[in-house]
Design a protein around this ligand. Structure first.
Ligand SMILES: Cc1ncc(COP(=O)(O)O)c(C=O)c1O
Length: 332
């Protein structure tokens, strides 16, 4: 049994849910939400902070500033509180209220950008705001999850090797794309160490990451209004785009089986099940998908019937919870 003295010292790295019973498709879901930050972003935050400390830009008296749609903000709040740094998080209206409250409870100053930028949406507006802050006060240290190699390194060092060790016969790995830190860290690891593994990126319809047109998106975590600088698409074997309505249906399907996962997990599961249905040629495919967080932060959105009806139209949850046919799938 682990005994820890700092919150970021604990992360459950070895829990998988076999979804065959819930989905009727063989798929193992790696659960990344079991730590004090409640998401995979604890590893990203730890890696970003340790890299900034090692390079000397972050030290005693430093104030971390970062743009986050929520989960990285919570993870950095925990680490900043534990290490005695200040933290200012720049977010946007898609950040859940409970996530905002969580950050504030940990002593973080939360600034919410209300207007999306004409080019780059809310993410573009958040990045501009952070740049302005840093120009005003030299104590601010921008870790910059969108460009720092330490983001992908966290998953190259920890996430991917854990999957590779547990699934020596892995065929396919499904990874959601936000900053693409998780995707690039895992994809680089598997290309170098297990090149037979197919790495499939799962993105939201309306995200520009893989070249699609920008459209409004309501669920935080996956997708981007600005192409992620960390992305090197040559490491990615395939891309699936998932409509947000299908994300919500997948979340509710899992919930009916007793598993309450976050919005981006619904996206990844929806994309993975449809990719597997198309790829299925009778052979048993060993497939793993990454679940970045759990569902409690989404009670006022994905799991709130009024919000779902207002956002995606009436009857969505009372009709068939099967998702629609594959929106798009392309070999990069
Ligand atoms: C819930 C959730 N899913 C997915 C992601 C995307 O992960 P990454 O930024 O590594 O692409 C994030 C990142 O913020 C997240 O919070």
């Amino acid at each position: 049994m682990p005994i820890i003295s700092a919150p970021h010292e604990y992360h459950e790295e070895d829990l998988y849910v076999d979804l065959a019973g819930v989905l009727g498709t063989s798929l193992y879901l790696k659960c990344e939400g079991l730590n004090f930050a409640g998401s995979i972003k604890l590893k990203t935050a730890r890696s970003l902070v340790e890299a900034a400390e090692a390079s000397g830009v972050l030290g005693p008296g430093g104030i971390i500033v970062e743009s986050s749609s929520g989960n990285l903000g919570v993870a950095l709040s925990i680490i900043a509180a534990s290490k005695g740094y200040g933290f200012l998080c720049v977010t946007d209206p898609r950040c859940n209220d409970s996530t905002r409250q969580l950050m504030a409870a940990l002593g973080t100053e939360v600034h919410t950008v209300r207007e999306p930028a004409a080019d780059g949406g809310y993410l573009g507006a958040r990045l501009r705001y952070v740049e302005q802050l840093c120009a005003l006060d030299s104590r601010y240290v921008w870790l910059n999850q969108y460009t720092s190699p330490a983001n992908a390194d966290a998953h190259y060092r920890w996430t991917a090797p854990a999957i590779a060790a547990r699934f020596t016969d892995l065929d396919v790995l499904f990874v959601g794309a936000g900053t693409t830190g998780t995707l690039m860290g895992c994809a680089r690891y598997f290309k170098e160490h297990r090149p037979g593994v197919t790495v499939v990126a799962v993105d939201a319809v309306g995200s520009v990451t893989f070249g699609g047109p920008a459209l409004p998106r309501m669920i935080p975590g996956l997708g981007a209004g600005v192409r992620p600088p960390l992305l090197d698409a040559s490491y990615v074997d395939d891309v699936v785009h998932v409509d947000e309505a299908d994300t919500v249906k997948a979340c509710h399907r899992l919930a009916r089986g007793g598993f309450l996962f976050g919005g981006s997990t619904g996206t990844v599961i929806s994309g993975a099940t449809r990719w597997l249905a198309q790829a299925g040629d009778g052979r048993d495919i060993v497939a793993v998908a990454i679940a970045p967080d759990l569902g409690e932060r989404y009670l006022d959105s994905v799991y709130c019937p009024d919000w779902v009806e207002k956002t995606y139209g009436p009857d969505m949850l009372t009709t068939n919870l099967e998702e629609s046919p594959l929106i798009s799938m392309s070999v990069v």
